[in-house]
Design a protein around this ligand. Structure first.
Ligand code: ZN
Length: 64
């Protein structure tokens, strides 16, 4: 996994598809087909509740 990825945006700023990993967490492009970067399980706090989410990113964000 690359360490050149930018920091993850706050979960509260993202769409449902982005939180589910169906869309790129950075730019919102749909990831239904084609390669995507799995960013792994991430802890977050939403409305004072501890949750886990599974962001994915398109390859445009992993380029050096
Ligand atoms: Zn993207």
């Amino acid at each position: 996994m690359s360490d050149t990825l930018p920091p993850l945006p706050p979960v509260g700023d993202l769409s449902t598809e982005q939180v589910r990993g169906a869309a790129c967490v950075y730019c919102g492009i749909h990831l239904g087909v084609g390669p995507a970067i799995d960013l792994g399980e991430q802890p977050a706090a939403v409305a004072d509740m501890a949750v886990r989410w599974f962001p994915r990113a398109c390859h445009g964000h992993a380029a050096p």
